[in-house]
Design a protein. Structure first.
Length: 173
């Protein structure tokens, strides 16, 4: 019985993946532009590094806690290897301080608004799950998705898109 359920789930996931491929295949390509820095938000990354590697984002409330911004590959919500050390350090800081954080999931500007909101939520949930597996109390973490509406960098090229596919942290009281 379990094998049948697993097979049906796999078939459903494959059908969803095929539908997404077809949806993106029909999207019109946009010309590449130079990225332009977006105005800072409460989730802004202080770094101007565009390599896609995790960079520190300050999240403070009572105690200083620095948690690295987590960047994602296109259309993915899995934690990349380059984010592991930053998340491990962030988990230690969160456990020691007890600070509560909002994990905000973001996407680039490709895809529909609905799809991007769902993807941003999956990214934030993936980070929360990873931190919980490292021992951070789940009641310390809340997630939110902004989809594509709060870009870190303006632009329609891979450099800008890579900086916008992220999860950021903000301390809350």
């Amino acid at each position: 019985m379990t094998r049948i359920i697993h097979t049906r789930r796999t078939a459903s996931m494959l059908a969803l993946a095929a539908a997404l491929v077809l949806a993106f295949a029909g999207c019109q390509s946009t010309p590449e532009e130079e990225p332009e820095e977006a105005p800072p938000s409460e989730f802004s990354d202080a770094s101007s590094d565009t390599s896609g590697a995790a960079t520190p984002t300050a999240a403070t409330s009572g105690a200083d806690v620095a948690i690295a911004t987590v960047y994602f590959d296109f259309d993915k919500s899995e934690i990349r290897n380059d984010a592991v050390s930053g998340l491990r350090a962030g988990a230690v800081a969160l456990k020691e301080s007890g600070v509560k954080v909002v994990i905000a999931g973001h996407t680039d500007n490709r895809g529909s608004e609905e799809y991007n909101l769902a993807l941003g939520e999956r990214r934030a949930a993936s980070v929360r799950r990873y931190l919980a597996n490292l021992g951070v109390a789940t009641n310390q973490m809340t997630i939110v998705s902004y989809g594509e509406v709060r870009p870190q960098v303006q632009g329609n090229n891979e450099t800008a898109w890579a900086k916008n596919r992220r999860a950021e942290f903000k301390a809350v009281d």
